[in-house]
Ligand binder design. Structure first.
Ligand SMILES: O=P(O)(O)OC[C@H]1O[C@](O)(CO)[C@@H](O)[C@@H]1O
Length: 529
């Protein structure tokens, strides 16, 4: 469909509906009508409570028209089947399939992209073998010690997703296993991590799809040098996860190498070897497969044609409604789970690198606002930091809360009559009500305007399968929003200019010839004064 989204009848209809969005502050708007109990969507192991979005039946019906008119589910299924969606028509572009979903389509007899799934299975078999060798102590460090620790060196998609999921699932780690992460080219990042582990018991996994990322290659050298200084042989400790044909494909330098494929983008790569190596090492294969199964379940659920029964699609459409029709520029993702403390950072990359675009997939300027600014921190911590602005600031910030009925460790105590988990959940729900309903007051400074929309994503417990559900939910949501905006959500040309200018500055530093004749050169001279 080349017609601009803004020129469609359904877009115009939504504009009209947005002139008078559902008033969450009106008497009886939230209670007594059954709204809270009916505005619930279930997909895989998750539920979405969406009574506190500014929508009514008419808007939801319009959502269905939008989803059908733009064939959002059809395009998602085409993606899963291997369509070349990473492209800009008529312009040089990556021209690739988008098949992160194939890396977990392992549980059906008929995977949608059989060749890609076969490749994923081959890598998983290799990983399983490797982990078995480590567990059985057939593979030992260069001084003969068994491996207890893994350090992941990578950045962006080669760090954020794996880090977020590892943090989320620490409660399921095998006894005696730990994983640490190094990403930043700030030398203090690598130093702190390398100093905190026993290198002789550590595997270092270098993760870079391109095999050319400055930060990762630099940190790899720092780590190798630490090994050599300690009299250890890096080739017996270092693993590689890299793209087929990348400069890192060098078996001499690595104990093992695992492949990733050009049809999986970095920020969508957590269920490929990029995430699986650390997760397999720390959790074991059984939990790893549960995580992959959870992601596969959500991919499957995203194929449901009915908006009200398709959680990723519905979440995507609330995002479109809030961004394009109610005009809110940001989105806060607020997990009420300490284990998810890095998940907003992962979603920030996944969403903003995917949908931070101004050009359509036809190479034309977009006609509507695209990806929101995504940010977030866990509750309840955030309540004591930035929620003031959420409740009374001049900017309205739609919120996606995430909460679980049970905690991970099962350890909890009643204090003052309620458990910590109950306190956590009560706070989450109270925030959603306060944002939606607001409160009148004689004192203007104590008034809450309300009508600040939120959704609540509910899971039973944050276990590997639920984490897979959650990861794939957001991946699908982001992709579906990109379909509405008609952008390519799978490239990232916007990161290139900064990289190029940094390389030019590094060349000046290397050659010692900075005469300040470029803007960057002049800035550098000023900075170094
Ligand atoms: O895995 P690589 O190739 O090292 O890339 C790391 C990250 O850098 C980026 O290309 C952006 O600079 C991301 O898209 C990617 O996740």
């Amino acid at each position: 469909m080349k017609t601009k989204p803004t020129e469609t009848t359904i877009w115009q209809k939504l504009i009209r509906l947005a002139e008078k969005p559902y008033d969450l502050t009106a008497p009886g708007a939230l209670s007594g009508s059954g709204r809270i109990g009916t505005m619930v969507c279930r997909s895989a192991g998750l539920r979405l409570l969406y009574a506190m979005q500014r929508v009514d039946e008419q808007v939801l019906t319009a959502f269905q028209e939008l989803a059908d008119g733009f064939d959002l589910v059809g395009r998602f299924q085409e993606m899963r089947g291997g369509a070349v969606l990473n492209r800009i028509d008529g312009w040089p572009s990556e021209n690739r399939q988008v098949l992160h979903t194939a890396s977990r389509d392992l549980f059906s007899e008929n995977p949608l992209a059989p060749a890609a799934t076969a490749q994923a299975k081959r890598e998983l078999t290799q990983l399983e073998r490797f982990i078995w060798e480590v567990d059985e102590r057939h593979l030992l460090g260069s001084t003969g010690k068994p491996f207890t620790t893994m350090v992941n060196i990578g950045i962006g998609g080669s760090d954020l997703g794996p880090r977020a999921v590892n943090e989320a699932l620490r409660a399921y780690y095998r006894p005696g296993r730990q994983v640490r992460f190094v990403a930043n080219v700030d030398p203090d990042d690598a130093s702190a991590v390398l100093a905190s582990v026993d290198l002789s018991e550590t595997l270092v996994t270098i993760v870079s799809k391109s095999g050319t990322t400055l930060e990762t290659l630099t940190n790899e050298e720092l780590a190798r040098s630490a090994y050599r200084s300690g009299g250890l042989d890096p080739a017996r400790h270092f693993l590689a996860v890299t793209g087929v044909g990348s400069p890192m494909e060098d078996p001499q330098r690595y104990l093992r190498s695992f492949a990733m494929f050009d049809y999986i983008g970095g920020r969508y790569s957590t269920t490929s070897m990029v995430g699986c190596v650390t997760l397999g090492f720390a959790l074991g294969m059984e939990h790893l497969y549960a995580f992959l199964r959870g992601a596969a379940e959500m991919d499957e659920a995203a194929g449901h044609p009915a908006v009200r029964d398709n959680l990723p699609l519905l979440l995507a459409l609330f995002g479109i409604w809030n961004r394009n029709f109610l005009g809110y520029p940001t989105l806060a993702i607020l997990p009420y789970s300490q284990a998810l403390h890095r998940f907003p950072a992962h979603l920030q990359q996944c969403d903003m690198e995917s949908n931070g675009k101004s050009i359509t997939r036809f190479g034309e300027p977009v006609s509507a606002a695209t990806g929101p600014i995504v940010w977030g921190e866990p509750g309840t911590n955030g309540q004591h930091a930035f929620y003031q602005l959420l409740h009374q600031g001049t900017e309205i910030v739609p919120v996606e809360f995430i909460g679980f009925r049970e905690n991970q460790y099962g350890q909890d105590l009643p204090v003052d009559g309620t458990s910590s988990q109950q306190k956590l959940i009560a706070n989450l729900l109270a925030q959603a009500v306060a944002l939606a309903s607001g409160r009148d007051h004689d004192n203007p400074n104590r008034r809450f305007a309300g009508n600040r929309p939120s959704s609540i994503i509910v899971g039973n417990r944050l276990d590997p399968r639920t984490m897979g559900n959650l990861l794939a939910l957001y991946e699908a949501k982001i992709v579906m929003q990109g379909f509405v905006w008609q952008i390519n959500s799978f490239d990232q040309e916007g990161v290139q200019l900064g990289k190029q200018l940094a390389t030019e500055l590094l060349d000046l530093l290397k050659s010692g010839t900075n005469n300040g004749s470029t803007i960057g050169g002049e800035l550098l001279r000023e900075f170094e004064k």
